[in-house]
Design a protein around this ligand. Structure first.
Ligand code: ADP
Length: 584
């Protein structure tokens, strides 16, 4: 491309030089030739006029002819010919060889008629191979104003052509030289012009291969220099924009790579073109490369149908993949003309959300159930009393005791529920201060010693000298400890031992409540902190439990930056560990 531009410039340059040389050469040749002819013509005119003046006027025709014959005889010129012609153009006398017998040429005719013409005769003498050219000039010979003959002079003009040929040769040589020089200078000139263009082209090629850092040297101050400057500015801007775009792309890639939601990108034919690592945690993409292959087990629609749905709005589907609940969110991927280029699918794990939903449902069902049981008891006892049992004082007293007990249970349940609700909504006011954990533990133990004794149980507190200061709300912490100790008493049979210890572990103070009670089965261990979860419902209810105590305890421990741990073995006993952060 560049090469052709260069050679095109050289060709134009040579062509222009050629035209100038040919035109000027032609003009020179024409000028030289006309000057040379003019010179001969003037010389012919002068020679005959001089002869005319020398001969002078004659009185008779014979005298005039005689005088001219003498003059012609005396006229000696090796090159020129002088003739005396009659009024018919026939040669009467000549100074040498007669080239032609009759010269009835336009010039001679004009002289016979005593008129003037500008054009001189051109006479050719052909001898073997040679062709000689002469210029002929005629003047009338007059006697008493009457033309009696014509004097005719021929001068050779062949030399003019020979001279012209040599001039033309010189001009041709000049043209050839000019062409050679114009080719050389044309190449140099076009090199000079095309060098920055070639540099620009090379740079553009480098740019297309991704190298945008180098600039092109500005070699001239003209339009090409301006173009180079603008090109450098463009490359700089492009580089800047590319750096920004690639950094944006990197950011997006990082987000895609590290986000926990899965991302799948399909083209307009449903072929998978991009997926992030998180997708693998939801779906197996091995050997699957299209929408239908990936979702055939989960969705009942074709890719075309999906595209028509998502053209106007985002489409969501909740599917179950093994244990997980997954929300698939499909959106269209449009170009600048709003044409669908493909689709994007965001895969969100909503298992937790689903579980929460389930838990909420379960919770409502549990609350209703827990309230219905005492309510049914109260209602049936009240109805029995109203049906006539009221007359019997003993029965009335017994029934009212039951109604009172059930009401207490309901009150306890509602209080626990309110407490949990306040903890959930962060409405519980904690009065935190620096408190002694050993004091709280001792207080709680002394309150439950009576209950333990009633069941013939031994409660041992291995007191330490250290007070173990913690930051917290003493009432709430006492509530937690009481709940754990009361459970130990409740769920241990007669004669059991309850050991309570306080010690330090890592950065925590640990209160360990250990009993030799019935224990908790392994499969229930993770669930006992759930609301309303009870291993043995009947026993718990009989003991006045609501199934909310450990859930509240967990919430309170979480608030204090601590946690509860439980280990247990059925028939051997249970250990509850309460971890409180140490205050330094
Ligand atoms: P409840 O009001 O029923 O005692 P909690 O939330 O305090 O409710 O306890 C939940 C369940 O955990 C209890 O119903 C019981 O089955 C079990 N549990 C709690 N503590 C013990 C323990 N020390 N030994 C055996 N089982 C226990």
């Amino acid at each position: 491309m560049m090469k052709s531009l260069k050679w095109r410039m050289v060709t134009i340059y040579v062509f222009l030089v050629l035209i100038v040389m040919i035109v000027s050469g032609t003009l020179i040749v024409i000028r030289i030739s006309s000057n040379a002819y003019k010179e001969i013509e003037d010389s012919l005119k002068r020679s005959i006029s001089t002869s005319m003046e020398t001969i002078g006027e004659s009185n008779t025709k014979e005298q005039a002819i005689e005088k001219w014959k003498n003059a012609i005889t005396e006229y000696r010129d090796s090159e020129r010919r002088l003739y005396l012609l009659d009024t018919k153009g026939r040669v009467i006398f000549s100074d040498g060889d007669i080239v032609k017998e009759i010269y009835y040429t336009p010039m001679v005719k004009a002289a016979i008629n005593d008129s003037n013409i500008k054009e001189f005769d051109k006479i050719y003498e052909i001898n073997k191979d040679e062709k000689k050219e002469y210029l002929g000039y005629a003047q009338p010979i007059k006697v008493k104003e009457e033309v009696i003959g014509v004097v005719y002079m021929l001068a050779p003009s062949g030399q003019i052509k020979i001279n012209l040929f040599s001039t033309i040769k010189v001009i041709i040589i000049a043209i050839i030289l000019a062409i050679i020089l114009s080719v050389i200078f044309g190449i140099m000139f076009s090199n000079f012009l095309t060098k920055p263009i070639i540099a620009l082209s090379d740079k553009a090629r480098e740019m297309s291969q991704g190298d945008l850092d180098n600039t092109i040297e500005v070699l001239s101050d003209d339009e090409i220099g301006e173009l180079t400057k603008n090109f450098n500015i463009m490359a700089k801007e492009l580089n800047h924009n590319l750096v920004e775009i690639s950094s944006e792309k990197n950011k997006l890639e990082t987000v895609f790579t590290h986000m926990t939601d899965g991302i799948l990108v399909f083209d307009s034919d449903g072929v998978l073109i991009h997926s992030n690592p998180a997708t693998e945690s939801f779906l197996t993409l091995e050997h699957k490369s299209t929408f239908s292959e990936i979702f055939c087990d989960y969705l009942d629609m074709s890719y075309k149908q999906l595209l028509s749905y998502i053209k106007s709005e985002i489409r969501q589907h909740i599917i179950q993949i093994d244990e997980k609940y997954v929300n698939l969110c499909f959106a269209a991927h449009l170009d600048q003309h709003e044409n669908i280029m493909g689709s994007i699918c965001v895969i969100q794990d909503i298992t937790e959300h689903k579980k929460l939903e389930e838990m909420q449902k379960e919770f409502v069902a549990n609350v209703s159930h827990e309230l219905r049981t005492p309510l049914t008891t109260i209602k049936s006892y009240a109805e029995t009393l109203l049906d006539g049992a009221m007359d019997d004082r003993q029965i009335t007293t017994d029934f009212l005791k039951v109604i009172n007990h059930e009401s207490d249970r309901m009150t306890a349940l509602v209080q626990d529920l309110l407490e949990l609700s306040r903890l959930d909504n962060k409405q519980t006011k904690f009065r935190t201060q620096c408190i002694s954990l050993s004091h709280i533990l001792e207080g709680s133990i002394s309150k439950y010693q009576i209950h333990a004794k009633k069941k013939n149980q031994t409660m041992i507190y291995n007191a330490t000298e250290n007070e173990y200061k913690i930051i917290g709300d003493s009432n709430r912490i006492e509530q937690v400890i009481k709940n754990i100790i009361s459970n130990a008493v409740k769920y241990s049979n007669e004669g059991a031992t309850i050991n309570i210890n306080l010690y330090e572990e890592s950065s925590f103070v640990v209160a360990l409540i250990e009993d030799t009670g019935m224990g908790i089965p392994k499969e229930d261990l993770t669930r006992i902190f759930d609301r309303f979860y009870r291993v043995d419902k009947a026993r718990s209810r009989a003991m006045g439990g609501t199934g909310l105590g450990l859930a509240i305890a967990k919430e309170i421990m979480d608030y204090h930056g601590g946690h509860i741990k439980v280990t247990s073995e059925v028939g051997v006993g249970t250990c509850f560990y309460l971890y409180f952060p140490i205050v330094n």
